[in-house]
Design a protein around this ligand. Structure first.
Ligand SMILES: Nc1ncnc2c1ncn2[C@@H]1O[C@H](COP(=O)(O)OP(=O)(O)OP(=O)(O)O)[C@@H](O)[C@H]1O
Ligand SMILES: [Mg+2]
Length: 459
């Protein structure tokens, strides 16, 4: 069906002229002398109607274009409207634009020419509208995907106490520290805290403190003005500004360099700072959450983590339990990961996971926690040739993932060889991206670099 344009004008010759023109531009036109008739027709079936061309003066005994436009804005707020104006009705045209008309054309003897010129503009407008529709659809899809990513399994199971804590804390604009072993779902908890604080309209911004080079940290966090660095050709807001009205999630806070810990402390306390090279104090309203799998007590004792920052961050602490302490969630997690994998990857055949496979999973230790389970299930689902993932699929998925234990040599040599294999594999999976591999292994970036050097794994 081609795009339809409603033309409302009390002069039949104008309707005829516009209908012809619209046809030339590949649009189907339907003429109305009375605006209310057009509104009624639109209410009945507005499919394919992409535009209304509306005259202001529709003659005696009929409501004028402005009144029609007012109603239209209520019934069809997004339908673009081009207003036709006669001489001396400029005020009305201004009014129409205020009411949300898209454009107006003057009705004079050169109306045909004017409209011809206008059609190009109109086509562009329609293309933009098409784009908007597509983008809206895309946004909804992304939103859906985001929700799916952020879906937290175990809310009524092993994570029930955490959910209670999240619900209580969501409303309180104070920092929260999230602790837990690697892969337990700390980032999900931070996202849930943000999502549940409904009054927060701002964004959820994440910064990985372990991958933050000390020299750039300040600009990343607080932004910089033009010329702050040799290659800073324009000014740029930092993460604190981007998170204004929302949440800033400081991931892997245990790896934050001491010099930055000091700088950030004041900002968390007073919510004010200056950009690098800036001379204006910026005030923000940011909820800070931080996560770590490091033992912060130990880090504080060793002088690597400031105790005043710890105090400030830990208004309350959420401890996300390791998977081995909430095995009851494993079946639901497995089903969820299979479902999600199927959404993401075409051609995956399996729908279920066998009881025996679930039982075998329940006895594993999962040092990598939920992430490890997720990766295992995805590998198994990928290999599975039938409707149900069985023990065999899990075994083959496991064997390819875990390096063989070295057979000979002293304990130290064997440990080193095992460590090297693990690093090699993590790097391979991460496409040689050191920070991704480090994250996967629960290491800080610097630790990872040292290990890569130690085993001569540089590329
Ligand atoms: N309860 C859960 N429900 C669904 N998926 C989960 C759950 N917990 C964790 N995951 C998934 O496991 C993976 C790891 O979670 P996340 O990144 O939040 O862990 P983390 O504790 O931040 O890990 P790290 O310490 O390595 O940064 C993600 O893919 C996440 O979606
Ligand atoms: Mg994390």
């Amino acid at each position: 069906m081609s795009a339809k344009v409603f033309v409302v004008d009390d002069q039949p010759e104008v309707i005829e002229l516009l209908t012809e023109l619209l046809k030339e531009h590949g649009k189907q036109a339907r003429g109305f002398a009375d605006g209310d008739q057009a509104l009624a027709a639109l209410k009945k079936n507005d499919k394919n109607v992409v535009l209304m061309v509306l005259d202001i003066d529709l003659g005696p005994n009929r409501r004028n274009g402005i009144e029609i436009l007012k109603d239209l804005r209520v019934s069809h707020p997004n339908l673009p409207v081009v207003i036709l104006t006669g001489k001396g009705t400029v005020d009305d045209a201004v009014m129409a634009m205020r009411l949300g008309a898209t454009d107006f054309i003057e009705k004079d003897p050169r109306l045909g020419d004017r409209l011809s010129l206008h059609m190009k503009k109109l086509d562009r407008l329609l293309a933009v509208l098409d784009d908007n529709k597509r983008l809206k659809k895309q946004n909804a899809l992304l939103r859906e995907r985001f929700d799916l990513q952020m879906e937290m399994i175990g809310k009524d199971g092993g994570l029930a106490p955490i959910m209670q804590q999240i619900t209580a804390l969501a409303k309180i604009p104070r920092p929260v520290l999230i602790i837990g072993e690697r892969g337990t779902g700390k980032e999900l908890v931070a996202a849930a805290l943000h999502a549940m604080a409904l009054s927060r309209k701002g964004a959820f911004i994440t910064i990985n403190c372990a991958a933050l080079p000390e020299t750039l940290a300040e600009a990343e966090l607080f932004g910089h003005e033009k010329g702050a660095y040799t290659d800073a050709s324009s000014s740029k807001p930092g993460k604190f500004e981007l998170a204004d009205g929302g949440t800033l999630f400081l991931d892997e806070i245990g790896n934050m360099p001491l010099s930055i810990q000091q700088k950030i402390l004041r900002v968390i306390e007073y919510q004010t700072f200056e950009r690098v090279r800036g001379n204006k104090e910026i005030h923000v309203d940011v909820r800070v959450t931080a996560a770590t799998n490091a033992d912060l007590d130990k880090e504080m004792k060793a002088g690597r983590f400031r105790s005043d920052l710890y105090d400030r961050l830990a208004f309350d602490t959420i401890r996300v339990p390791p998977l081995r302490e909430r095995r009851q969630d494993i079946p639901e997690l497995c089903r969820f990961f299979v479902e999600r994998f199927k959404c993401e990857v075409a051609g995956v055949q399996c729908n279920h996971i066998s009881q025996a496979a679930l039982a075998s999973l329940s006895s594993r230790s999962f040092p990598g926690n939920v992430r490890e389970l997720k990766n295992l299930i995805e590998r198994a689902a990928y290999r599975c040739q039938s409707d149900t993932i069985g023990v065999k699929d899990l075994q083959s998925a496991t064997h390819t993932s875990e390096p063989d234990l070295p057979a000979g040599g002293t304990l130290r040599e064997r440990v080193a060889s095992f460590e090297k294999q693990i690093l090699e594999q993590a790097l391979k999976i991460a496409g040689n991206n050191m920070s991704t591999a480090a994250k996967e292994l629960g290491l800080g970036y610097d630790q990872m670099r040292r290990l890569v050097k130690k085993h001569s794994l540089e590329h």
